[in-house]
Design a binder for this molecule. Structure first.
Ligand code: ADP
Length: 414
């Protein structure tokens, strides 16, 4: 067993329009609470430009715009800032012990985090057909690391992994049974954060994870729910792709599949056009015609814009009915967790969803819920009234920390 006293772990998290990179250092034991990262870099793409921002543990912040027609050029540039320039965190890339990658779709083969090998890369590439927006970028990230850091151990952590033991009744679609053998079934996503939230919820509540029934609401640009019993995912709203389930910023979530066949027949829409319609022009943006960003929806709603109000109402209607469905899969609910951009920051969404869930025993503390907006930094906490049967927790998403933790565990356990 190899056990360095301090391990420096770099984490790459690629999204469709952003790339986050964080550096963590973990000692001989895992800390009780998620530590701050030593260095944090982010790239956000807009047309042919990339906005690069860097934050160090000492609080230094730097922003620059770089021309970035090519995604990998921008990623290489950001990585080079880790060991060069004023905001560098290490003197040389050789100081990095491991690199972890978030891989969105593990397909049927991957559950647990794995060391990246040529075979693993081939298998991840084969799954690209399931998640065309993601897996290719993640493979590109692995190749950039190989180019810049040689043979540093790289680990792939899968967003589908946490859901891979779901009962068949939740995982198998009621289409032809052959779908199952063809890998067409519910995979579920956001698993890295749902699993992290489950562990964190147990710690905040001072209870054993094995005794809790949790519904985790990951509400970011993508939104999904997970029903978690004994620390295991038993149901989730996203499916074969991250398009199923809740209404999202620009994604529709679940719609009648008959609408798709109708549009194919009546308007001759192709697969690509349907993909674009459902992924980029639906959800909050599609209904409101204003934006896919919940902040703008709430602000337009407060000014009396009807379609913004409708978009908000559909969002919370589907959120509350989804939580009800998850509670039914669990046979009851002990705690509801709100996490990710909207879950952490929108007092309006939390308040409206909880009001609709009072029949389950959810009673939100309105003052605490609203008070979160003034907290800096935002602390994970219970925001239910003392007599609420169901606890309501706000937990900050910490995907990069969860990935570096998985890397550390993989190293410790050999
Ligand atoms: P991603 O899924 O890309 O990681 P985030 O978890 O950061 O995204 O969530 C992004 C979303 O969070 C934004 O689109 C926005 O709708 C929402 N958001 C961020 N801050 C607020 C806020 N103060 N109020 C409401 N929504 C917010």
């Amino acid at each position: 067993m190899r056990c360095n006293l301090h391990v420096k772990i770099l984490v790459l998290n690629s999204g469709s329009s952003s790339q986050k990179i964080q550096l963590y250092e973990i000692g001989a034991a895992l800390p009780e609470h998620p530590p701050a990262s030593l260095w944090e870099g982010k790239i956000e793409w807009a047309r042919n430009e990339a906005e690069v921002s860097i934050k160090t543990l000492r609080g230094a912040v730097d922003k620059e715009r770089v021309a970035a027609a090519n995604r990998s050029v921008a990623v290489e540039h950001l990585l080079s800032r880790l060991w060069s320039g004023e905001q560098r965190a290490v003197e040389s890339p050789r100081e990095l012990d491991m690199v972890g990658h978030r891989v969105v779709h593990g397909g049927p083969h991957f559950e647990e985090p794995v060391i990246v090998t040529a075979e693993v890369k081939t298998a991840i590439a084969e799954v690209s057909a399931f998640a065309p927006l993601h897996n290719r970028e993640e493979l590109e990230g692995m190749e950039i690391i190989e180019k810049l850091l040689g043979n540093v151990p790289q680990v792939a952590v899968f967003d589908t992994g946490f859901h891979s033991q779901m009962p068949l009744e939740a995982a198998v679609y009621p289409g032809p049974y052959e779908w199952w053998a063809q890998g067409i079934h519910r995979y579920g996503f956001h698993g890295i954060n749902h699993q992290y939230c489950a562990r964190r919820a147990a710690r905040l509540l001072g209870k054993e994870l094995a005794k809790l029934r949790l519904v985790s609401c990951h509400l970011g640009n993508g939104c999904s729910l997970a029903a978690i019993r004994n620390g295991k995912s038993v149901d989730t709203t996203m499916g074969f792709t991250p398009l199923e389930g809740l209404m999202m910023g620009t994604r529709s979530g679940s719609v009648d599949p008959g609408i798709l066949t109708y549009l194919m027949r009546q308007q001759n829409l192709s697969g690509e056009q349907l993909d674009e319609l459902l992924n980029k022009r639906s959800g909050l943006l599609g209904v409101s015609g204003i934006s896919g960003d919940m902040r703008e929806i709430v602000s337009a709603m407060k000014k009396g814009t009807e379609r913004a109000k409708l978009a908000f109402d559909i969002f919370v209607h589907r959120l509350a009915s989804g939580v009800g469905a998850m509670a039914a899969s669990l046979g009851g609910i002990d705690a509801l967790v709100f996490t990710a951009g909207i879950g952490e920051n929108s007092a309006e969404v939390r308040a409206e969803a909880c009001a609709r869930l009072e029949f389950l025993g959810v009673r939100l503390d309105a003052a605490r819920n609203e008070g979160l907006a003034n907290e800096k930094p935002l602390r994970d906490q219970d925001i239910a009234l003392a007599d609420s049967r169901v606890r309501v927790l706000m937990i900050r998403a910490q995907e990069e920390w969860a990935i570096s933790r998985s890397c550390w565990l993989l190293q410790i356990n050999g």
